[in-house]
Design a protein around this ligand. Structure first.
Ligand code: NAD
Ligand code: DAU
Length: 332
C-alpha cells in the first residue's frame, strides 16, 4: 500500500494515525479533510512534505472524492463529526458527514475497487450497566443512544452492506475513548487539563460515575494499521486497551498530576441521555493479528498528555474561549 488516502487526517485520531503511518511505513499519504472547527493543519506540522499532502474537501462531495480514491491504493476513513454534545444541539452535520460522507466514499471504492478501512466507535453498542460483568464484543447488538452514535452505527451498516452486496474490500473497527496529543479542547480530558492551566475548575457531568474505556490514540493507530495490513476483508475488530475508569477518577487524577487538590472541581449539568459505561473485549484483534497496546499505564500516558498540552498552548489556545463559551450557555 504505497499510496494511502486518509480522510479526517487533520482531526485528533486521524492526525495521530498519519504520524504513526509515516513513522512506520514507506507509504505516501494524502489527507482529505474539510478543516471543520475540529481540525487543525498544525497537527500535521513536521511531517515530510514529500510524503504527506493535504487536500481540503468534503468527504460527501463525489467530485472531490472520486479522483482521489482512484489515485490511491487504500483509504482509511476517519472523517466524521465526532462530539456527542454537538450532536445533541445540531445533528444535521452528523447525518451529512457520517452517513452521506461514508456512502460517497463507499461508492468510490466500489467503482475503483480499492481497499477501505472504516474507523468507528464502541458507542454503536449503546451502554452497559456499571456492575455488568460483560464487555462489548463484535457480536454485541447495535443499540446507539445519541445522534452521533446512531450516525456512526448507520455508517457501519452501510460498509457491511457494500461488502456483502458489491464485494467491496472493507474492514471495520470500533474503538473506545482515545486520549493523547492533538485532541480538541471540547473533549473531556483536554478540556479539564486546559481548564486547570487556565485556573478554571474542571467540570464533571452529573455524578461522574460514568465509565469510559481509555486507550492512547497511538495504540488506536497501531491497531488500525494492523487491520489495514493484515485484517480479513469483511471483518470487524474491536479495539480497546482494558482502560476502564470512571470520570470522577479521571478528574481526580488530572488534578493530582497537575498539583491541585483532588476535590477542586465542579459538578455541572449532565449530558442528556448520557451513556453509563463502555467496555471493550479486544481478544479477536489480539489473537488474530497479534496486536498489543504499548501504553498500558494510564497514569503515565495521562502525565505525557498533560505535558503535551502544557508545551503546545499555541495549538489549543485559539479554540479554548469559544469552546468554554458554548459550554457555559448549557450550564456545563
Ligand atoms: P475529530 O472531530 O477530532 O476530527 C474529525 C476530522 O474530520 C476533522 O479534521 C474534521 O475537519 C474532519 N471532517 C469533518 N467533517 C468532514 C467532511 N464532511 N469531510 C472531510 N473531513 C471532515 O474526531 P476524532 O476524535 O479524531 O475521530 C475520528 C474518527 O475516529 C471518527 O470517525 C470517530 O467516530 C472515530 N473514533 C474516535 C474516538 C475518540 O475517542 N476520539 C474513538 C473511537 C472512534
Ligand atoms: O467511545 C468512543 C467515543 O469517545 C468516540 O466515538 C467519540 O468520538 C469521542 O468523543 C468519545 O465520546 P464521549 O462522549 O465518551 O467523550 P467525551 O470526551 O465527550 O466525554 C467523556 C466522558 O466525560 C463522558 O462520560 C462525558 C464526560 N464529560 C465530558 C466533558 C466534555 C464530563 O464529565 N465533563 C466534560 O466537560
Amino acid at each position: 500500500m504505497e499510496r494511502v488516502l486518509v480522510t479526517g487526517g487533520a482531526g485528533f485520531v486521524g492526525a495521530n494515525f498519519v504520524h504513526h503511518l509515516v513513522g512506520r511505513t514507506t507509504a505516501d499519504v494524502t489527507v482529505l479533510d474539510k478543516l471543520t472547527y475540529a481540525a487543525s493543519e498544525a497537527s500535521l506540522a513536521g511531517l515530510p512534505p514529500d510524503r504527506v499532502r493535504l487536500v481540503v474537501g468534503d468527504v460527501a462531495d463525489q467530485t472531490a472524492v472520486d479522483p482521489l480514491v482512484a489515485s490511491h491504493d487504500a483509504v482509511v476513513h476517519f472523517a466524521a463529526e465526532s462530539h456527542n454534545d454537538n450532536s445533541l444541539t445540531d445533528p444535521g452535520p452528523f447525518v451529512h458527514t457520517n452517513l452521506i460522507g461514508t456512502f460517497t466514499l463507499l461508492e468510490a471504492v466500489r467503482k475503483h475497487d480499492k481497499r477501505l478501512h472504516h474507523v468507528s466507535t464502541d458507542e454503536v453498542y449503546g451502554d452497559l450497566e456499571l456492575d455488568d460483568p460483560k464487555r462489548f464484543t463484535e457480536d454485541t447488538p447495535y443499540n446507539p443512544s445519541s445522534p452521533y452514535s446512531a450516525s456512526k452505527a448507520g455508517s457501519d451498516h452501510l460498509v457491511r452492506a457494500w461488502v456483502r452486496s458489491f464485494g467491496v474490500r472493507a474492514t471495520v473497527s470500533n474503538c473506545s475513548n482515545n486520549y493523547g496529543p492533538w485532541q480538541h479542547v471540547e473533549k473531556f480530558i483536554p478540556r479539564q487539563i486546559t481548564n486547570v492551566i487556565d485556573g478554571i475548575r474542571p467540570k464533571l457531568y452529573g455524578s461522574g460515575e460514568n465509565v469510559r474505556d481509555w486507550i492512547h490514540a497511538d495504540d488506536h493507530s497501531s491497531a488500525v494499521l494492523a487491520i489495514l495490513e493484515r485484517g480479513r476483508v469483511g471483518e470487524t475488530y474491536l479495539i480497546g486497551a482494558d482502560g476502564e475508569k470512571n470520570n470522577l477518577e479521571v478528574v481526580r487524577l488530572i488534578l493530582k498530576l497537575m498539583g491541585r487538590p483532588e476535590d477542586d472541581f465542579d459538578h455541572v449539568n449532565d449530558r442528556v441521555g448520557h451513556d453509563l459505561r463502555y467496555a471493550i473485549e479486544s481478544g479477536k484483534l489480539r489473537q488474530e493479528l497479534g496486536w498489543q497496546p504499548q501504553f498500558r499505564d494510564f497514569e503515565s500516558g495521562l502525565a505525557d498528555t498533560i505535558r503535551w498540552y502544557r508545551e503546545h498552548e499555541d495549538w489549543w489556545r485559539p479554540h479554548k474561549d469559544r469552546t468554554e463559551a458554548a459550554y457555559a450557555l448549557k450550564g456545563q
